[in-house]
Design a protein. Structure first.
Length: 332
């Protein structure tokens, strides 16, 4: 008889804050995605709680309101706070400020909790001062307004989401699905995230960013952005890419490219390459049986020693331990 007792997974509490003029489609995304994240026994890995200021009904930007059972005190119990998409209010667009009751609610969030904005609720985080000096994204159609109001936030309108560690922002509408799946993948690995995506009948990962959705009535040159070069590099991570290679592809001087790259991403080109290679290595460790040295070659680190170093620095684990924890079982 197997006497080994399985320890149940810890349930992570996600608290979704609804503010007036919330977008109906987006408010259901966290609940839909996180509820489909299950452990090996089919148990939910997240608890989702919804709250509003004062616990009262919340007006949507459609022709109805929603009833909410909990007030903002629920934020104090959160492991992750998600601010559902709020259509920017006149006050934010005019002054870049929030009402006192919203600021008071945000002050209840524990210091260690992740804070997530969906779509234009990035305006709420920025108005609260939570995005100061950080990279962020929001719906591309309001990128100009965002930059005008919050010039000290490094806005990147060409991506689906931006993960700063504690503060995470997503682009428009369905990009909230991508962000929530990203968090599941980050917390529990690709196997759990991919299974959740299948249950939601969505793609587990979308290549590219919201640039593919931006309306461009007049052709625009990409010379002032490093986005095209970043996409180019992602298809060549196994190659020994240098700063000179990247700058040459962008047709910029090394100095100009480095400056613009940091302005757009918040990190140096080398740091960005290392992170993308670590991301790809994690994926291969999860979904393949390739030896560590082979994976190191596939992602551009060249040697298992270098892969081990970067994985230890980034995640605090060895490739073997990471694979043991997150490898997707055959047939999943």
């Amino acid at each position: 008889m197997d006497m080994v007792r399985k320890i149940p997974a810890m349930v992570h509490r996600v608290v979704v804050l609804l503010l007036d003029d919330v977008v109906p489609f987006d408010l259901g995304i966290p609940s839909r995605v996180f509820k489909e994240a299950l452990d090996a026994d089919g148990e939910r890995l997240y608890e989702i709680v919804t709250c509003s200021i004062g616990g009262g009904p919340v007006r949507t930007n459609a022709d109805f309101s929603v009833v909410v059972d909990q007030d903002e005190q629920a934020l104090a119990t959160a492991g992750t706070v998600v601010i559902a998409t709020q259509e920017p209010t006149e006050r934010i667009l005019r002054e870049g400020t929030l009402p006192p009751e919203v600021l008071n609610a945000l002050s209840l969030i524990p210091d260690g909790a992740r804070i997530v904005s969906l779509c234009t609720s990035a305006f709420v985080l920025a108005a609260a001062g939570l995005l100061e000096g950080l990279a962020a994204t929001t719906h591309w159609a309001l990128a100009g307004e965002f930059r005008r109001l919050f010039p000290h936030v490094r806005l990147d309108p060409d991506v689906l989401f931006v993960d700063n560690g504690r503060i995470i922002t997503s682009a428009g509408a369905a990009a909230g699905v991508d962000l929530c799946l990203h968090l599941v993948r980050k917390d529990h690995g690709s196997g759990v995230a991919n299974a959740a995506a299948r249950r939601c009948v969505v793609a587990p990962w979308r290549e590219g960013g919201q640039a593919q959705f931006i309306e461009r009535p007049v052709p625009q040159h990409q010379d002032s952005s490093t986005a095209r070069t970043r996409q180019w590099a992602l298809t060549r991570l196994e190659e020994p890419l240098t700063l000179l290679d990247l700058a040459a592809h962008a047709t910029m001087s090394v100095r100009t490219f480095s400056r613009r790259f940091r302005e757009e991403t918040g990190v140096s080109p080398n740091q960005w390459l290392i992170q993308r290679r670590v991301d790809l290595a994690r994926h291969l460790l999860e979904v393949s049986d390739l030896p560590v040295d082979r994976i190191a070659t596939e992602v551009g680190f060249g040697s298992g020693t270098l892969l081990r170093k970067h994985l230890q620095t980034t995640l605090g684990v060895t490739p073997t331990n990471y694979r043991r924890t997150f490898q997707v079982p055959a047939g999943v």
